[in-house]
Design a binder for this molecule. Structure first.
Ligand code: HEM
Length: 281
């Protein structure tokens, strides 16, 4: 059973919280399910015979028409143009974040692959750096969902219409947390990193202090990813406080700000303790 202070949801996906009785709670798909590897696109079967395909139309390449077709709002027409623009802003930032999370997953897959023995740790470092950069970009976008760009009064115009929908149902986010070892399972990235450290006959504290080590930049790139994740989570918590309030429930029925505060856990705790920090916060 999934227990989130405000919301009690069984594994069948139905919440038994008295306030939301019977509500279908779309649970994240299992962290390991439907995953694709480095450079693969979910939903597109691998075709090794494929040759380079030139594109003539930008909109076809980026799917602009399909993306824009999804720009519907739940607000009623009576809400007015400015209120509908607020909702579009809120929704588009979530849509952009989903695309960013998909790229984060692609890059984290690549990092795992390139940390395997006899591969290319420089490439692993590159994909980890990009992961951190994309998460920082997500945080910058998140910060557009607070004053002066988005306010509590404006959010109140449509927030109740969203429940029980919530970012907490993002399957890609659950997969990212799985890669970071935050879903109660071992981090696949960290596991490959430890294997690589052992393969080089060294230890994590030595690697972290040896710029000449081939794994030095990888170790610091992992800390960069962890820091970017924590920083996003901190901003997310602040958003809740700023545009909803400290003591209000989230749309999924959690304790809101308190729930998000509890989710601020540092990925890769062993790396942090190796540099003398007990937690990454
Ligand atoms: C004003 C902006 C936002 C507020 C007030 C907010 C609020 C919340 C709250 C209260 C929760 C806890 C679950 C619940 O009860 O609903 C949550 C979860 C979540 N939200 Fe947001 N959110 C905002 C923007 C975003 C954005 C832009 C994203 C983009 C990815 C996002 C992604 C998530 C994710 C992934 C979770 C699950 C977090 C976890 O499990 O640690 N949120 N949000």
């Amino acid at each position: 059973m999934l227990e989130w202070s405000g919301a009690l949801c069984e594994l069948d996906g139905v919440c038994r919280n008295p306030r939301r009785q019977g509500v279908i709670f779309e649970r994240p798909r299992p962290a390991g399910g439907n995953q694709r590897g480095c450079g693969e696109q979910p939903g597109v079967a691998a075709d090794t015979s494929r040759t380079a395909t030139p594109m003539s139309r930008y909109s076809e390449y980026v799917g602009a028409d399909q993306i824009l077709d999804l720009g519907f709002v739940v607000s009623a027409d009576a809400a007015g143009a400015s209120a509908k623009a607020d909702e579009l802003h809120f929704k588009r930032i979530h849509m952009e974040s989903e695309l960013s999370l998909a790229q984060v997953l692609t890059d984290m897959h690549c990092a795992v692959d390139f940390l395997k023995p006899q591969t290319d740790v420089q490439k692993a470092r590159f994909h980890l750096d990009r992961t951190a950069g994309i998460i920082k970009g997500m945080e910058a976008k998140l910060n557009l969902l607070r004053p002066p760009y988005f306010t509590q009064e404006r959010f109140e115009e449509f927030r109740d219409l969203l429940a029980p929908a919530s970012g907490a149902q993002s399957a890609s986010f659950a997969r990212v947390r799985h890669f970071l070892g935050l879903e109660g399972t071992e981090s696949p990235i960290y596991k490959q990193f430890i294997n690589a450290v052992a393969g080089h006959g060294t230890s994590i504290p030595v690697v972290l202090r040896s710029p000449a080590s081939p794994l030095y930049e990888v170790a610091h790139a992992l800390l960069g990813v962890a820091t970017a994740y924590e920083s996003w989570a901190w901003s997310h918590y602040q958003n809740m406080r700023l545009v909803v309030g400290e003591k209000k429930e989230g749309t999924a029925g959690t304790l809101g700000a308190d729930f998000l505060k509890g989710r601020m856990v540092a990925p890769f705790p062993e790396l942090w303790s190796a540099i003398g920090v007990k937690k990454g916060v």
